[in-house]
Every structure is written in structure tokens, then in C-alpha cells.
Ligand binder design. Structure first.
Ligand SMILES: [Fe+2]
Length: 140
């Protein structure tokens, strides 16, 4: 399971970082505040992705690493705020209240992908807290 947690985080954090980048690029430059927020998310998720790759390179030590649970917690906080940003962008695009060339369906898709990642992180969080109680009972 710790392997799956690390791999899944590398995979999804890269996608989240890519989303932040293309949202920033496809917004009209006059939407300065949103462009700036997208740029910050891009940097934040690049950092998180590199941290996930660091954890990945520490295997097998990382499997029992207490950092893993903290890492999942930190990711949840960041993904929640990116998810909220994507939701705001999606709603604004749908209501034609911002200038961008992002298709409304794409805006909705990237929002839902953040929701999916959050769902997976919650599952990992539950699994890691379960492991602290009794490793043998986890059947992943
Ligand atoms: Fe996608």
C-alpha cells in the first residue's frame, strides 16, 4: 500500500501541476488575479510532485516512513484549495464572467479530476491511520 500511495501521488500531482499551468496559459492575460493564482498553484504542485519523487527514491525505507502520512495530509490541504480554485474558474467560465479560451467542459473535467484525487487521498489517509492501529488488519 505505501508503494501505491507514493505512485498515485506522483501521478496525480503531475496532472494537478499541468492543469494549473494550462489554466494559467488559457486565461486571458487581463485576468491577472486568476493568472497569478494559477501560477502559484503551478509552483506549489511542482514542489509537491518533486517531494513525491523524493519519497519514491527512498524506497523501501519510505514504506515505513512516518513522513508519508504527513505528506498525504499536506497534499490534501493543497488539493482542496486547488479544487476550490478550479470550481470557481469553472463557474465563472460557465457564466461567461471571465475572459479565457478554456472550454466549459474542460473546466469541469479538471475540477472533477481534483475531486477524484481528493477522494483517493482521503482513502489513503484512512488506510494510513488504520496501519498505525494494526498493520496486519490492512488487506490492500
Ligand atoms: Fe484529464
Amino acid at each position: 500500500m505505501p508503494d501505491a500511495i507514493i505512485d498515485e501521488n506522483v501521478f496525480f500531482l503531475k496532472i494537478m501541476a499541468d492543469h494549473a499551468k494550462f489554466i494559467g496559459h488559457l486565461l486571458d492575460p487581463s485576468e491577472r488575479k486568476l493568472v497569478e493564482q494559477a501560477r502559484e498553484f503551478s509552483q506549489e504542485f511542482d514542489t509537491l510532485m518533486f517531494q513525491a519523487i523524493d519519497l519514491s527514491s527512498m524506497r523501501p525505507q519510505s514504506q515505513t516512513h512516518p513522513l508519508l502520512s504527513q505528506f498525504v495530509d499536506e497534499n490534501r490541504v493543497s488539493v482542496k484549495s486547488l479544487r476550490d480554485f478550479k470550481k470557481t474558474a469553472r463557474d465563472l467560465i460557465e457564466q461567461c464572467r471571465i475572459k479565457s479560451i478554456i472550454h466549459p467542459l474542460l473546466a469541469d473535467h479538471v475540477f472533477r479530476e481534483a475531486e477524484r484525487f481528493l477522494f483517493i487521498l482521503d482513502m489513503f489517509d484512512r488506510s494510513l491511520s488504520g496501519m498505525k492501529v494494526n498493520k496486519k488488519e490492512i488487506l490492500f
